[in-house]
Design a protein around this ligand. Structure first.
Ligand code: GLN
Length: 483
């Protein structure tokens, strides 16, 4: 009997390729077959590359010595790809074929990685469930009646279902970590400025970051290694040395202090989530870490602050979609303003319009001081909360989401409930610090629970190592949904 290849992790696949135990073509074909088998159920891709497009020419040994050479990866469809449609799951970009690659894509290509396809998301990454996608909802591989989380729901579901070896997503307020938690995989949001945003379609530019969604922590370290680093094409990327992330994975916990923010065990939290996270904390303590309680006193303002700043930035970023230069253009307009109006009315979905209106309002004269300026001030207080907490500890550990995956349709008509589901991830983007979500258990109905580990600016190595230490001593990350 031949070994199944699609369940491999990136580091396992890489090792087998290096040893010549399989070819990249065999691996890509196995994953493409897996996509054919599971896509009708989960709908995690917007675009899957044709077999010949994705299979690299050299069948045998990888063309260079990189760990990524020959590995089939999936990329969220808001990261631009030369010659490959990039839709943001929006009608307005349904026919947009970018003339260039995002920096992260160029870096993956340089290392010989294979692009399998583009994954589904909430339209323009605005949402927590992948339900605002113009091409239909992705389903949670653990329970097809549930959302996979969002907005990188396609990437998370594809990783969980072994429909790719690993994936990239983007995180503006939790969009890598929350779907990772809901799908039982690993998701890392790097420090703001760590990874180039060049070629990431802008939602909220002061919050957006690209990061990996993977089957385990080691894979997250490997992918981050390739995409991290200064890029002159992104003025907000920072010229800070990139350490060897994989070498940082020692699994050593003694001497580490773990802070537990008391405000992050919120009212209305699902009891099984709280229990699983408390158990993980007890486990970390048993394994040598010191646990201390800390406070992030401005936590209660995070949702309001985020939804003013993110919508304000979105309203400005999305002004470019006017039907003139690229993307969808409405038919039948008699003059220019009417063309803009019809294009935007027909091209954007309901949630995107809601955000453009909220953001435009927050920025408008007379309201700017009351909303936008005030939110910027509160953002500073939130960042200072984290600075203060990190004086007492090396990392913070919290739940990633207050509940496990909810049912498709449950929150679509209640935007406030949807926004509140991000309560434990948003502040991290406001502060710009890195965060990772790893699997830490299951609820009574068999849905995965995520543990969030947060670190100081540019200390991805530290959170990766704490996550790794937990992962190496537990088996949650090895569980797979029965699809
Ligand atoms: N769910 C949050 C929102 O809708 C975060 C989205 C994201 O991180 N892209 O804004």
């Amino acid at each position: 009997m031949t070994m199944k290849l699609h369940p491999l992790t990136l580091h396992q696949a890489s090792e087998m390729l290096q040893k010549g135990e399989m070819t990249s073509e065999e691996l890509c074909r196995a994953v493409l077959r897996r996509i054919e088998a599971v896509e009708p159920k989960i709908h995690s891709y917007v675009t899957v590359m044709e077999k010949d497009e994705s299979a690299p020419d050299s069948g045998n040994a990888p063309s260079n010595d990189s760990l990524l050479a020959g590995i089939p990866l999936a990329v969220k469809d808001n990261i631009v790809t030369l010659g490959i449609r990039t839709t943001c799951a929006s009608r307005i970009l349904s026919n947009f074929v970018p003339p260039y690659d995002a920096t992260v894509i160029s870096r993956l290509k340089e290392k010989g990685a294979v692009l399998l396809g583009k994954t589904n998301l909430d339209e323009f990454a605005m949402g927590s469930s992948t339900e605002t996608s113009a091409v239909g909802t992705t389903r949670n591989p653990w329970n097809l009646a549930c959302i996979p989380g969002g907005s990188s729901g396609g990437s998370a579901a594809a990783v969980a279902a072994d429909a790719c070896i690993a994936a990239l997503g983007s995180d503006t307020g939790g969009s890598i970590r929350q779907p990772a938690a809901h799908c039982g995989v690993v998701g890392l949001k790097p420090t703001y400025g760590r990874v180039s945003r060049f070629g990431l379609v802008a939602f909220a530019s002061s919050l957006d970051q690209i990061g990996p969604l993977t089957k385990d922590v080691e894979d997250a370290a490997l992918l981050l290694q390739v995409i991290a680093g200064y890029d002159p094409k992104d003025s907000t990327s920072l010229d800070v040395p990139v350490p060897d992330y994989r070498a940082a994975l020692t699994g050593e916990l003694s001497g580490k202090t773990v802070g537990v923010p008391k405000e992050y065990f919120v009212e209305g939290m699902q009891p099984e989530v709280e229990a699983a996270v408390r158990e993980a904390l007890a486990f970390l303590e048993k394994e040598g870490a010191t646990i201390v309680e800390v406070s992030l006193p401005h936590t209660e303002y995070a949702v309001a602050t985020y939804y003013i700043l993110a919508t304000a930035e979105a309203s400005s970023n999305l002004a470019r979609y006017d039907g003139v230069k690229y993307g969808y253009r409405a038919e039948g307009a008699e003059e220019l303003i009417e063309m803009y109006r019809k294009t935007r009315a027909e091209g954007f979905g309901k949630e995107v319009k809601r955000r453009i209106m909220l953001g435009t309002y927050a920025l408008s004269s007379g309201y700017y001081d009351a909303y936008y300026r005030k939110a910027q001030q509160v953002r500073t207080l939130i960042r200072q909360d984290f600075d203060r907490a990190f004086e007492k500890c090396d990392v913070l550990v919290t739940p990633t989401s207050p509940t496990t995956a909810f049912r498709i349709g449950e929150k679509v008509d209640d935007p406030l409930q949807m926004y509140l589901s991000d309560i434990l991830t948003l502040a991290v983007n406001l502060a710009g610090i890195p965060g990772i979500s790893i699997p830490c258990g299951f609820d009574d109905s068999g849905l995965p629970i995520g543990l969030q580990v947060l670190g100081k600016h540019f200390e991805e190595a530290t959170i990766l190592n704490v996550a790794y230490a937990y992962e190496q001593r537990t088996d949650w990350h090895k569980m797979r949904p029965a699809l």
